[in-house]
Design a protein around this ligand. Sequence first.
Ligand SMILES: Nc1ncnc2c1ncn2[C@@H]1O[C@H](COP(=O)(O)OP(=O)(O)OP(=O)(O)O)[C@@H](O)[C@H]1O
Ligand SMILES: *[C@@H]1O[C@H](CO)[C@@H](O)[C@H](O)[C@H]1NC(C)=O
Ligand SMILES: *[C@@H]1O[C@H](CO)[C@@H](O)[C@H](O)[C@H]1NC(C)=O
Ligand SMILES: *[C@@H]1O[C@H](CO)[C@@H](O)[C@H](O)[C@H]1NC(C)=O
Ligand SMILES: *[C@@H]1O[C@H](CO)[C@@H](O)[C@H](O)[C@H]1NC(C)=O
Ligand SMILES: *[C@@H]1O[C@H](CO)[C@@H](O)[C@H](O)[C@H]1NC(C)=O
Ligand SMILES: CC(=O)N[C@H]1CO[C@H](CO)[C@@H](O)[C@@H]1O
Length: 677
Amino acid sequence: MMRLVMSMILVQYFLFFVLNRAAMAAGEVDGFAFSGFAGAHITLDGTATITPGGLVDLTSAHERLPGHAFYPAPLRFRKSTAGAVESFSVSFVFAIHPNYRPSQGMAFFIAKSMDFSSAIDLQYYGIFNTENQGNSSNHIFAVELDTLLNSELRDIDANHVGIDINSVISNQSHTAGFYDDSTGFFNTLNLTDGEGTLAWVDYDRESARINVWMAPRSMTTRPARPLISAVYNLSSVLTEAAYLGFASGSGKDDTRHYILGWSFGMNRPAPPIDMSKLPRLPRVGPKPRSKVPEIVSPIATGAFVLAVGVTVVLLVRRHRRYAELQEDWEVEFGPHRFSYKDLYHATGGFKDKNLLGVGGFGRVYRGVLPKSHMDIAVKSVSHESKQGMKEFIAEVVSIGRLQHRNLVQLLGYCRRKRQLFLVYEYMPNGSLDKYLYHQGQDQDQDKPTLNWAQRFRIIRGIASGLLYLHEEWEKIVIHRDVKASNVLLDAEMNGRLGDFGLARLYDHGVDPQSTHVVGTIGYLAPELACTRMLTPLADVFAFGVFILEVVCGQRPLMENSAEKQLLVDWVLGHWHNGSLTQTVDVKLHGDYDVNEVCFALKLGLLCSHPFKDARPTMRQVMHYFDGDATTPDITPSHANFEMLAMMQTEGFDPYVMSYPSSITSHGTATSMLSGGR
Ligand SMILES: Nc1ncnc2c1ncn2[C@@H]1O[C@H](COP(=O)(O)OP(=O)(O)OP(=O)(O)O)[C@@H](O)[C@H]1O
Ligand SMILES: *[C@@H]1O[C@H](CO)[C@@H](O)[C@H](O)[C@H]1NC(C)=O
Ligand SMILES: *[C@@H]1O[C@H](CO)[C@@H](O)[C@H](O)[C@H]1NC(C)=O
Ligand SMILES: *[C@@H]1O[C@H](CO)[C@@H](O)[C@H](O)[C@H]1NC(C)=O
Ligand SMILES: *[C@@H]1O[C@H](CO)[C@@H](O)[C@H](O)[C@H]1NC(C)=O
Ligand SMILES: *[C@@H]1O[C@H](CO)[C@@H](O)[C@H](O)[C@H]1NC(C)=O
Ligand SMILES: CC(=O)N[C@H]1CO[C@H](CO)[C@@H](O)[C@@H]1O
């Protein structure tokens, strides 16, 4: 009897094996399952490898290169060339081990080929590039696991899952997590907690519905309610034969993106992944502390030793917890230095509930100083080397002496190993960008918006703050990152410029790997990309873009009908057509002063002129505001503006600005600009 059962199993196994091979030969595999990848046949490229322990590691090398892992053969997603895409089901287990610097995350994808040579890294995951956003010839369906907030790409937060169809701008996204079956409540999952997370992606042919679920690894059963459920007919997206895989473009960030297990089923549920066979993840974070009882041996002295041991451990822990880095040269900066202990207590131990937001430089926490009860915002910035730190701190301290009612006051700093904390005045009404745009899908009609008088006052306030930085202090300070998200609102809704001087951190060699031109896409003055020549006029350019943003309630890179367009360009177009007021934010419902609006729009265009010499200085800008000078009568037919319009419609690609390393190979941007002179 036993023998019979055994041989039946063997026969079944054999049949399964033969059929599976035959199917694979015809490109008609209808499923697979990997519980670990040791010895698995997986096609890898870029920074992707399989570790000896059997994990797929998408970003194993510290290189600015995307990594991909593919199922080696294409799968047939349609029964016939013209047929509809079949139902499919995918499940996988992944883990992201973060570095101190936030990374961009990873993506699961289905694509027409394994060739991603034209794709770029970082927020494009190594599957898209800046040119092909929304192009239906991409034939890419992806589910992104995004760990950084890129507001240019309309991300909702720094920990979300999104459905991406032919574009890195998600069609639908949701904070990572799951809906509890018993309570129905949503529980957030931290994508970078490093423990391993389960994810499922299903597509149903009949309803054309895509469902995405997540769950902590310990849960194993799929929650009933999907995290994202969206109807998109993938028949117009996927090719008949298509490749499945994972990608990440975050090698440079030293974050690890692991796949532990993966399964797929065509017209059937994805086979289960054997959770007990999954490879082990490397440990994240510090080693667990040694346990006190190990010290205790003889019972008689036990209690005493224990007491001493506990005291020592507590002291050591206390010492470690509050340990900071202080060097001799810092003595002179004493009064501006905060103790880590105070900041730790002020922010409740840097708890997530006190997290105000995450920016390009790090996390920002809210806090209340223990003694003075003053409200503060603490920005934690990671830094690697000590090189340049002294100069930077000296600068932080001197910047701390800058005082103006339209600047966010920098109160001081604190330093620990690999971390620098900057302490600012707390701005109760948050950053301006939140009032200007409504976030992607979650259109919330109740969101507060600003009336015209408030907007005009904010623009004027920021102009006055910038003038102070450029001309009214003892040194010239160039802000370098003027934008709506760096403008904060105080209790009286005054606009206050934040983050000044921080950009210098990168210049002082604190982050030698960074090849980044500091600044933000859409706000960078063209001369910075070619010559890196930094003058206050680069701030004027960004200020011009900022004005248009506030008046129009639009991001600097608009996304109209799947085609990216510069806000400046769009406003200019309307000006040509004599329909300037049509650019004003619809959320104002026509309730504004026409003269002020036209003045602001024209000033915005003048300030964001591509030729820096055509831009006014901040002093001139303030004169215009005060009515001491009339704005130069720039008519739409003014020669410079025609040049501007021409440059911005042809070849002058704002995206290129953020990739200075690619500029040399991207002839159009540079030649266009130099040719214009
Ligand atoms: N002084 C402050 N008071 C209150 N909230 C603040 C303060 N500083 C920053 N924040 C909040 O923290 C968030 C992140 O700030 P941060 O300046 O780091 O990011 P960012 O401006 O979006 O990006 P970047 O660092 O690239 O300029 C802001 O959106 C804002 O809501
Ligand atoms: C889409 O991509 C194809 C192939 O790369 C290209 O020929 C086409 O011009 C692109 N379409 C748009 C609208 O950019
Ligand atoms: C959503 O997906 C479709 C393709 O089905 C695409 O054309 C469209 O641009 C996407 N929308 C957004 C907001 O990304
Ligand atoms: C997620 O977990 C990591 C590691 O524990 C932590 O550094 C990070 O702050 C967490 N992120 C969020 C959004 O909670
Ligand atoms: C999806 O598109 C295909 C091809 O255009 C069509 O045959 C099919 O009926 C569509 N499915 C749904 C559910 O609309
Ligand atoms: C300006 O008018 C032209 C011609 O009527 C039109 O094609 C163009 O779209 C208009 N531009 C804007 C920004 O409305
Ligand atoms: C629009 C808005 O949120 N205004 C608030 C700004 O901050 C003050 C003080 O916290 C509040 O009273 C306002 O309501």
